[in-house]
Design a protein around this ligand. Structure first.
Ligand code: ZN
Length: 111
């Protein structure tokens, strides 16, 4: 899984192609990610004690990981990422376009 919580991703397919959001949740069992503001659905709710106004609630639905791509903050485009290992054994993702590291994914190894 190359996407992690707090990443910024871009949607590649569907009605919301091109829109971006922050990853709120990653579900490894379904291969889906929840992205802030993406794939919003509206739920109509009746007036209740908890929700005296009633009306519409919006919430995001998870999208398949394969439909989003990580955005490189440096190039400002959705990019493919690679993984490289540093001398200390720690692993980083990096942008395949500009080569900039995008977050550590494994801590340094103790020797
Ligand atoms: Zn880049």
């Amino acid at each position: 899984m190359h996407i992690r919580i707090e990443d910024t991703v871009e949607v590649l397919t569907g009605d919301e192609r091109g829109s971006r959001g922050r990853v709120l949740r990653v579900d490894h069992s379904t291969g889906k990610v929840l992205v802030e503001g993406v794939n919003r659905v509206y739920k109509h709710v009746r007036r209740s004690q908890r929700n005296p106004q009633g009306g519409r609630l919006s919430r995001e639905m998870p999208v398949f990981l394969s439909n989003v791509m990580l955005v490189c903050q440096e190039c400002d485009v959705a990019t493919r990422t690679g993984v490289r290992t540093d001398n200390d054994g720690s692993k980083h993702r990096y942008c395949k376009k500009c080569g900039k590291a995008i977050g550590q994914i494994a801590p340094p190894k103790n020797r």
